[in-house]
Each structure stands twice: as C-alpha cells, then as structure tokens.
Design a protein around this ligand. Structure first.
Ligand code: AVJ
Ligand code: FE
Length: 431
C-alpha cells in the first residue's frame, strides 16, 4: 500500500467514526427532541447535524473538490455567524429526515473527493489537512451535542460504563514544581494541528507550581461551604457582577447535597472526582480563595508537554503516542470525569495527572494568535475569535474525541460559560 492509500484509509476511518457518533447522539432522541431547543445556550440538535454536513459541503466538496453545490440555498441558515444559537429554532431548518439525507449525500461526495484528490501537493490537502479539519469540526459539534444532551430534561437516553477507579489514591492538594526555563509551545509539525496551534515558538517561563490533579468536588465544596459565593473579594469585578446577576451558588447541575444530575440521572458526586460545569469566573474565584491563581495557557502546556530529560515538547503528557483508553478519559467512552489518579499511564514526566481528558481546564489566558500566526484556511475558524475576551481551555474532556485533542489543542469560550465540560486546576508563582 502506498503512503497515500494509508492516509486515505485513515481519513475514511475517522470520517466514519465521527459520523457514527453524530448519528448516535441524534438517534438517541425522537424527532420532537431533535428540533426542540433544550436551552437558549444551544442549537436544536438537528441544526448541529445539518451544520456539520453544510461545512463539509463548503470546505471539502466545493472548495477542495470543486464540485457543484448540493444545497447552496441553505448555506446562510447553517452559518454560525449569521444566526446566534438562540435564534436557530425559528429558522426553516431541514427536518430530521431531510437533515440525515442531506449529510449522507454530502458524505458520499466527500468520499468521492477523497478518492480523486491528490493528498499532497496542494496546500489544503497536504497530509489530508482539510479532511482532518472536517473530522475535528464534526467531533467538536458532537461534543456540543453531548452538552445539549446534558441540558436536556426528561428520562435518560445515554448510558456508558463508569470510568476506571484509581488503584492508588492521589492527594488532591499535591502540586508539582516546574523549573524555570524555555520550552516549545505550539507546533509547526503536527499534521492536523489547526491554525491557532501554530507555529511552534519558544516561551521562557519562570518557575511555577501547578496542581498535580484537577480541582476536585471535595475541594470545590469546601469553597462553597466557606461562603465563597458570598465573598466579593474572591471574585473579579466582572465575575462578581455575573455571579450576582446569574444567581450562581454552586456548579451547574449540582443540587447542593453532594449529588448532581447528569444526562438525566441524579448521581452522587465522588469527592475525588474533578469538579465539572464551572465557568471561568468561578474557577478564578476558587483559585483566589485557595491563595492561588489559574495557570496561564503556557504554564498548562509546559506542564503537559515539556520533557525534562530531553528538553523537547512532546505531543501528549505521556509521550508521542496517540491516546488509548489506558492514557486518558476521552472519546465519550464514559459520561463523567474519572476520579483523580485513575490514569497513572497518562501522567507527565514531572508527575502531573489527567492534563488530557476528563475535564477541559480553564486557563488565565485570553484567546489570541501565537507570534507568527497565519490564517489557514479560513479566518472564521480562529482569527475572528482572537482578542475578544474568550478564555482558553486546554486538555479536552471525557466528551472530546482523541482526534480533536492534542497537547497543543486550544479551545476557547466566554468566561460565563458553564454548560461545557469544564473544570480547572490552580497554580502559583515559585520564588
Ligand atoms: C473551538 C469549540 C470553540 O464549537 O464554537 C465549531 C469549534 N468552530 N464550529 C465551537 C467550532 C466552528 C468551536 N470551539
Ligand atoms: Fe461549526
């Protein structure tokens, strides 16, 4: 088999995996639930379904494949910039049957393009890049659909086995000191890295300490019990205004008695599980209460990638190998984060646990381009979100597919958002 055949096969496998996930998330509910808006924060599920097909049509079938449009008439309806999520239910959207048929037609054409296009030579298709972009885009919307499932009321429709439990408990107050020095942040070589992860560049950091594990329910409950939500001094000015206006008193989906509702089931919150569904303001307030701060994005990435033995930045905390089920809680294999210490094989060389998987981790950093950033291939993927007050999240959650998660992968959201699968860890300066 030639190298191109191998790449084609990998792309086909990834396209199929993403599509199976999309359809599983859609088929879990009836048509009424698919078209209904479960929260003004989210699109109706049927919008996400047709939107992934529409982006695949635009980016792959038309741009790369230069094929005739399938449905040019629906482009604006599925353009995320034209219609905020709250307005999407009012659009004359494709109905569930039409949406499924549409994405199947587009996919057939995309597979046709995959067979016909040279995968090297044209910049867009080098290493199958645009196919990788499409796969990651669909998986990102699948995580968004999973977040919609979390907001949905009514009987549970999703199920998954529990994540592995730790063999050896890990102290949830332990920290790891990362020595001062330069490391390579971002990448110029990872084939499917998106434009905002590029280029690789040197960042010099003073020494810092970072939590060995994400902040747990136990630690977060201490903050709540200590009146953390009633003390403006722990909150930023914007954070305090938001906490009052939104009436925040505890993480989203908590009931205040050690239980939370998850995907339609009320469950006990294990004290040593990473806290989930907190916004950036809550994370920053907890850190201030604990006498600490959120790590910067660079600090997160150095903890995750820097190998003290070689000085090199690796792809993941455990090395360069792609994630497996033994490394990290990714890929919606489970519907919750794993307790801290559950992934000893995923630990970084300095001893930091669960940087990848379980919960997205809020960082202190505002989303912006790296030095030398160039748009590729569309301004709309990243650049239009730079310097607008979005905060960076790192590491992926239990709902993030491995194909859309790397040591360099950057996610971003508004500081008020907490329907995403987000938690955090804290850091401090070291003299
Ligand atoms: C990178 C997760 C912030 O979902 O808004 C989806 C990804 N971009 N469609 C998002 C994305 C275009 C994006 N995030
Ligand atoms: Fe999208």
């Amino acid at each position: 088999m030639t190298e191109t055949d191998t790449l084609r096969e990998r792309v086909a496998v990834e396209l199929t995996r993403a599509r199976e996930r999309t359809l599983t998330l859609a088929d879990a509910v009836d048509d009424h639930d698919l078209v209904r808006q479960h929260s003004p924060l989210m699109s109706p599920l049927v919008w996400d379904v047709a939107h992934v097909g529409n982006q695949e049509e635009l980016w792959l079938v038309r741009d790369v494949g230069r094929r005739e449009p399938v449905r040019a008439d629906i482009d604006t309806m599925y353009d995320a910039f034209q219609h905020p999520r709250a307005d999407r239910p009012a659009l004359p959207l494709l109905d569930p049957t039409e949406a499924r048929a549409y994405i199947r037609t587009v996919r057939d054409k995309a597979l046709d393009v995959l067979g016909a296009e040279p995968l090297a030579g044209r910049r867009l298709t080098t290493d199958g890049f645009v196919f990788g972009l499409i796969v990651q885009h669909e998986q990102q919307h699948d995580e968004t659909m999973l977040a919609t499932h979390q907001l949905r009321t009514g009987p549970a429709v999703l199920d998954a086995p529990p994540p592995p439990a730790p063999d050896v408990p890990v102290d949830d107050r332990a920290e790891v000191v990362v020595p001062a020095g330069a490391f390579t942040m971002g990448t110029s070589v990872e084939p499917w890295a998106l434009d905002n992860e590029r280029p690789g560049h040197t960042v010099d950091l003073p020494a810092y300490a970072i939590d060995a594990v994400p902040v747990t329910n136990r630690r977060y409950a201490e903050f709540v019990a200590d009146g953390g939500y009633d003390e403006p001094r722990w909150w930023t000015a914007d954070g305090w205004a938001h906490r009052r206006e939104a009436g925040l008193t505890m993480p989203m989906h908590w009931h205040g008695d050690g239980t939370a509702t998850r995907f339609g089931r009320r469950t006990d919150l294990p004290p040593d599980e990473p806290v989930l569904h907190v916004c950036w303001y809550e994370a920053a307030a907890f850190a201030a209460w604990a006498g600490r701060r959120l790590p910067t994005e660079a600090e997160w990435e150095k903890a995750a990638r820097w190998d003290p033995a070689t000085g090199r930045s690796r792809r993941y905390p455990w090395g360069d190998d792609d994630p497996t089920a033994r490394h990290a809680n990714l890929g919606q294999r489970h519907l919750r984060p794993a307790r801290v210490g559950a992934y000893p094989l995923g630990v970084s060389p300095l001893g930091v646990h669960q940087l990848v998987g379980d919960v997205w981790e809020w960082t202190a950093t505002e989303f912006t381009g790296y030095p030398g950033f160039t748009v590729f291939p569309y301004r709309e993927y990243s650049e239009v979100f730079f310097d607008r007050g979005y905060r960076v999240l790192r590491g992926g959650s239990f709902g993030t597919d491995p194909v859309a998660c790397r040591g360099t992968f950057r996610n971003w959201d508004w500081p008020v958002r907490r329907q995403i699968f987000a938690g955090f860890r804290t850091a401090r300066d070291v003299a």
